[in-house]
Design a protein around this ligand. Sequence first.
Ligand code: AMP
Ligand code: MN
Ligand code: MN
Ligand code: MN
Length: 277
Amino acid sequence: MNVDLHCHSTMSDGALSPAELVRRAARSGVDVLALTDHDHLGGLDEARAAAGEAGIGFIDGVEISVTWREITVHIVGPGIDPSDHELRIGLESVRGGRVERAQAMAASFQSAGIPASFEGAMRFAGNPVMISRTHFARYLVESGVVEDARAAFRSYLVPGKPGYSHFDWTTLANAVGWIGSAGGIAVIAHPGRYSLSAAALADLIAEFGAAGGTGIEVVTGNHSTDEFRLFGALARRHGLLASRGSDFHAPEEGGVELGGLPALDPRLDPVWRKLEF
Ligand code: AMP
Ligand code: MN
Ligand code: MN
Ligand code: MN
């Protein structure tokens, strides 16, 4: 069964509408899809309806932005009930401030000799309140400042480079709590992307577990084959449910195709054993 529990639509920083995304997933052989837009639930109804039409399983999800020890960590939450009040209020608080942050990013670009980036990035944002670094990256590519999105996140948009502006998201405990309150399963997204030492990673997993978190992404578009093994072993050692998700954003940004990843190691306990679809 091809299960993909992590992807984005135009409701956050993906390039396809929720329905287009679901149709593409069905064409790509996905049997069960979770839409996990950043800090927003607005695409779920459209995606669910499209999944019904396309004849694939669908899981409501979200990816929550967290600040943990000064770094940004993402927690995905497949299986949430999108009508949950605590989750909805929480997400509203996390995403508030994105527009001001984007203005600060644009001011930083301006100082680096790159004008009009706020307006430029906004043109790529399907949902203005969810303006993100991805939209700035698309503008940098469009305006010829960089060759591709990877280069945009190498030379700009990251700590110490033009276009970065520090922002405090929510706490790990809040994100895990909201997902739990909404009946979902909290999953540490792309743990290989945080450049954490083994000790810091162990602390993150311990705090996550103490807050009620039970899952970790093992097979994701952000991981190398070595990391599939590494985080698979970690999931087994800590008794965590394992997840698989492409983190698909757009057809032409060099990422992994929807459903296009290797299967989870059969020795792992998949997150979707606990989910309905
Ligand atoms: P934001 O929530 O505005 O901080 O933007 C975070 C988004 O930027 C992530 O969800 C990714 O889609 C994208 N992103 C972060 N780092 C990279 C990278 N190195 N390459 C491509 N996209 C990235
Ligand atoms: Mn993203
Ligand atoms: Mn993420
Ligand atoms: Mn993501």
